[in-house]
Design a protein around this ligand. Structure first.
Ligand SMILES: Nc1ncnc2c1ncn2[C@@H]1O[C@H](COP(=O)(O)OP(=O)(O)O)[C@@H](O)[C@H]1O
Ligand SMILES: [Mg+2]
Length: 425
């Protein structure tokens, strides 16, 4: 290895704005990104290995003499990438395959919450469609139907009638719209309240909490229209008061880390707790075992600490010496999407105005982009995440939208109301 002693060789797995944000957080080191995007190509070296290609990623890490692998998306975690790397003694940020079941199987996750008395919506698990339908008919009230396995955010139906819930069961369990992921379903009670994204970086026993964030899942202003991967985010989320934060650590994070360790799958990596908060009481909607996207784009500028030490400490199972805090102020980020996203996004459009936005003090994170000579062109549905860190949420919003307004391509659309819940308070 060349360079100063602190310089590490890091492989980042993924291709979204989340991975570009992590790349910028780790930019002092030597970065390889697989497969990366048009933005990560400007901070490190992209290598075209797919995120699901576990043997290919292990071979890449060995060939590049990587010190730390940072895994963005959930799929390689549930496929056992961390375990495969550990067999070659390569450190990786993320949970083992066994610990990744907290996201990979909603039935496992819900049973785990019940075993450890962690607050969540009441539920039942079914692997028989007729029994699931009988449960819905007997309930006589709106319920939430969730496919057990990974469905890229499309496997949950919050029903407003029994018919809708029955239809969801039919599509998931009988028509197998999501393949094996829908063979088992979780049916749960509808929880009232407001959602928040609570991330803790864990080393198996200890947890470092990051600032709470909120995202915006619907495509249109006012939280209307179809669900997306996320159209924007901000932090801090005022709904997560100090009391709520303390309660999440006491009633959710503590028992989860102790429970996973006791069950032989200690949790390392980042646990993203999806919360529903009602009158100051937090309940778990779901766990993700990786950073949120878009949340990461606002978590990165808000951390007052060293990202390498945080991720490496987690990977090595020792966050004991890690100290960090949250910066004052706020960060807000807006997703700029391609025409017809989320249905069938158009790609191949040339993006203009990127330099202007960066000059204005905003951050511009790439997701669905690729370099075409000197030009940056669109290559996916969520194209860019453009945001800012400032002394207040209103100021961050002003800077972010100023930058957004300078970036253009044919068919671009974004939400104009990111942060509306917090700003209305
Ligand atoms: N029990 C529930 N009560 C109310 N809304 C819910 C409930 N479960 C899920 N939702 C809504 O559905 C969304 C997706 O559910 P979630 O469990 O996070 O699954 P995934 O992110 O894997 O699709 C949540 O962000 C929330 O808006
Ligand atoms: Mg979710």
């Amino acid at each position: 290895m060349s360079g100063p002693a602190y310089l590490r060789r890091i492989l980042i797995v993924g291709s979204g704005a989340r991975e570009h944000a992590l790349a910028l957080a780790l930019h002092e080191h030597e970065l390889v990104i697989a497969p990366g995007n048009g933005g990560t190509a400007q901070v490190g070296r992209n290598v075209d290995v797919a995120v699901n290609d576990v043997p290919g990623l292990v071979a890449l890490a060995e060939r590049e003499r990587i010190d730390l692998v940072v895994i963005g998306p959930e799929a390689p975690l549930t496929l056992g990438l961390v375990d495969a790397l550990a067999e070659r003694s390569i450190a990786a940020f993320g949970p083992s395959r066994a610990a990744a079941r907290l996201e990979g199987s909603k039935a496992f996750m819900k049973d785990f919450l019940r075993r450890h008395d962690i607050p969540t919506a009441a539920f039942a698990v079914f692997d028989d469609a007729e029994e699931a339908k009988a449960h819905v008919r007997a309930a006589g009230r709106p319920l939430v139907v969730k496919a057990d396995g990974l469905c890229a955010g499309k496997g949950v139906v919050v029903s407003s009638s029994a018919e809708e819930a029955l239809d969801a069961i039919e599509r998931m369990m009988v028509a197998r719209e999501f393949g094996e992921a829908g063979a088992t379903v979780v049916i749960e009670e509808l929880l009232p309240g407001e959602e928040a994204s609570f991330h803790v970086v864990c080393d198996g026993t200890r947890a470092v909490a990051l600032v709470a964030a909120q995202d915006h899942k619907r495509v249109f202003d006012g939280d209307r229209g179809p669900n997306t991967g996320g159209m924007g985010a901000y932090a801090p989320a005022p709904i997560v008061t100090e009391a709520v934060h303390a309660e999440v650590m006491r009633a959710v994070v503590g028992p989860t880390l102790r429970g996973m360790a006791a069950e032989g799958a200690p949790f390392r990596g980042v646990l993203f707790v999806g919360l529903m908060i009602d009158n100051g009481t937090p309940r778990v909607l779901e766990f993700n075992v990786r950073f949120g996207d878009p949340e990461t784009t606002v978590l990165v500028p808000m951390l007052d600490g060293d990202w390498f030490e945080l991720l490496d400490g987690s990977a090595r199972g020792d966050l004991g010496g890690f100290t960090a805090g949250t910066k004052p102020g706020a960060a807000l980020a807006v997703v700029m999407a391609a025409e017809h996203y989320p249905a069938k996004p158009t790609t191949g459009d040339r993006i203009d105005g990127l330099d202007r936005a960066i000059r204005a003090g905003a951050f511009v994170l790439h997701a669905g982009t690729r370099l075409d000579g000197d030009a940056v062109v669109t290559s996916g549905g969520r194209v860019l995440t453009v945001g800012a860190y400032a002394s207040s949420l209103a100021a961050a919003r002003g800077l972010a939208y100023e930058a957004v307004s300078g970036i253009t391509w044919r068919g671009e659309h974004h939400r104009a109301d990111i942060g509306h819940r917090a700003l209305a308070r």
